[in-house]
Design a protein around this ligand. Structure first.
Ligand SMILES: *[C@@H]1O[C@H](CO)[C@@H](O)[C@H](O)[C@H]1NC(C)=O
Ligand SMILES: *[C@@H]1O[C@H](CO)[C@@H](O)[C@H](O)[C@H]1NC(C)=O
Ligand SMILES: *[C@@H]1O[C@H](CO)[C@@H](O)[C@H](O)[C@H]1NC(C)=O
Ligand SMILES: *[C@@H]1O[C@H](CO)[C@@H](O)[C@H](O)[C@H]1NC(C)=O
Length: 418
């Protein structure tokens, strides 16, 4: 049933694009027709022209939170293709599968960092949310998987796309690291983490040695004496050593931090001089952060539609904003809407080498080109809070109780410094 309906959808999609190719327009559309000839097996084309009009008794959605947009009823994981350029990202043989899973523990929530020297990916479990096993009395955990082990497990599983289940190794970290929720780098070879804090233990920006004994250096834990609310996500601005991070009230909204003392805003830290400033405000709830490869454009997601214990409200923002980064002050200017997501909220974000933007959303990972056109989705049928490229052609997706691994054609953006 599911399989046959997805086959129908592919056919409709191909027919529509083939029609475009043979109509009066030009070369790019011939390329569209050619690209669809090499559709990866897990891809389903959903041409926007096939659902622009649903009709007076159409299957309209009531909720962006509890209902998915999956008109072909395809079983996840799969690639949902809205625009032919997504096929360039996937390549003709792109695949996606789960590589680690634990149905009772949201071990893979946020802060994914790829360390090239050891080919390991580090990440944090859910802090204070569903299946996170963490609260005001219990810290969350930072863990790692080995992508060498992933490659070996996939090879042993033979052909196909069946899930594998590699070892998840928990790190033993010092008490300064509380409720890790964001990470990037490596920064001078270290994991660069932002921690939300827990109870009266302060939120912090910290470096962690990715190798045992995982010793730690805290870079910052206050704003002129006031604790941050709960630090959420961080990036290094490309070509610089300046650290940009978001602060938001989710620690309070998930019952593990006291009443907020600061607005929800984005900060810049110079790690050498420790000069600290605010670079953007005016958010409902700022969350993920990312930069274009030239460092001139910043992206910040606003997850106002998700309010922790106050519930979800789909009339609040689920929006990615783009900004110019002022070359002198590095303040974020010229704020504009980059994308509004159709399912859940856009959380953590990464860009590829062509400045396509990937965000963890309510149904998986969604991908837009640099103009903000939705190209397609790594459709998981479950929430992803973040993802990371593990070098070129490998995407590691956090999905709470699972980690997904996609082997695609897209190349990575540089996240590390130097
Ligand atoms: C499309 O594919 C056909 C046949 O494979 C080829 O002859 C043609 O040059 C291709 N067109 C483009 C625009 O790549
Ligand atoms: C994967 O392995 C872990 C650790 O052994 C286990 O807890 C988990 O249930 C396994 N997941 C699946 C889907 O079998
Ligand atoms: C860990 O300890 C080593 C040896 O003392 C030191 O060189 C390194 O800077 C430390 N790393 C962090 C992140 O504190
Ligand atoms: C959702 O947000 C809107 C706009 O702030 C507000 O008017 C409405 O009351 C909220 N709905 C619920 C159910 O909280």
């Amino acid at each position: 049933m599911v399989a046959s309906s997805s086959v129908v959808a592919i056919t409709i999609g191909l027919a529509a694009w083939a029609y475009a190719a043979s109509s009066s327009q030009s070369a790019p559309q011939t390329e569209i027709a050619n690209a669809t000839a090499s559709l990866p097996p897990q891809a389903v084309v959903v041409d926007p022209r096939s659902f622009a009009v649903l009709g007076i008794n159409g299957p309209f959605r009531q909720s962006s939170i509890t209902e998915f947009f999956n008109p072909t009823n395809t079983t996840p994981p799969f690639f949902q293709v809205f625009h032919p350029d997504f096929l360039q990202i996937l390549g003709p043989t792109g695949t996606i599968r789960a590589v680690a899973a634990n149905p009772t523990f949201a071990f893979a929530h946020e802060a994914p960092i790829w360390v090239p020297e050891t080919d390991e990916v580090f990440f944090a479990s859910n802090d204070g949310g569903a299946l996170g096993m963490s609260d005001i009395d219990h810290n969350n955990q930072v863990s790692k998987i080995s992508l060498k082990e992933v490659a070996a497990a996939i090879k042993a599983a033979g052909r196909g796309i069946s899930p594998v289940n590699v070892t998840v190794t928990k790190l033993d970290l010092p008490e300064a690291i509380q409720m890790t929720n964001g990470g990037t780098g490596p920064f001078f070879g270290n994991l660069l983490l932002v921690n939300s804090g827990r109870g009266s233990l302060p939120p912090s920006v910290a470096l962690v040695n990715p190798n045992p004994p995982h010793n730690t250096t805290v870079l910052l834990d206050n704003f002129f004496g006031r604790q941050f609310n709960s630090l959420n996500d961080i990036k290094i601005r490309p070509g610089t050593n300046r650290l940009f991070f978001t602060d938001v009230t989710y620690g309070f909204l998930n019952h593990f931090r006291p009443l907020p003392l600061l607005p929800n805003q984005v900060y810049r830290l110079d790690p050498d001089t420790k000069v600290l400033r605010v670079v953007a405000d005016g958010f409902d709830r700022c969350n993920g952060i990312a930069f274009s490869h030239d460092g001139k454009t910043a992206f910040v997601s606003d997850t106002g539609a998700n309010a922790g214990f106050l519930g979800n409200n789909q009339t609040e923002p689920a929006t990615i904003y783009a900004f110019d980064v002022d070359p002198k002050t590095e303040a974020f200017t010229n704020r504009r809407v980059f994308a509004y997501v159709d399912t859940g909220i856009a959380d953590g974000m990464q860009l590829d080498a062509n400045d396509n933007l990937y965000a963890g959303c309510g149904d998986g990972v969604q991908v837009w080109n640099s103009e903000g056109t939705l190209l397609g989705k790594f459709f998981l049928g479950t929430t992803s809070a973040n993802l990371v490229f593990a070098g070129d052609k490998r995407l590691v997706i956090m999905a709470e109780t699972a980690i997904y691994f996609a082997e695609i054609a897209a190349k990575a953006n540089k996240l590390s410094f130097p």
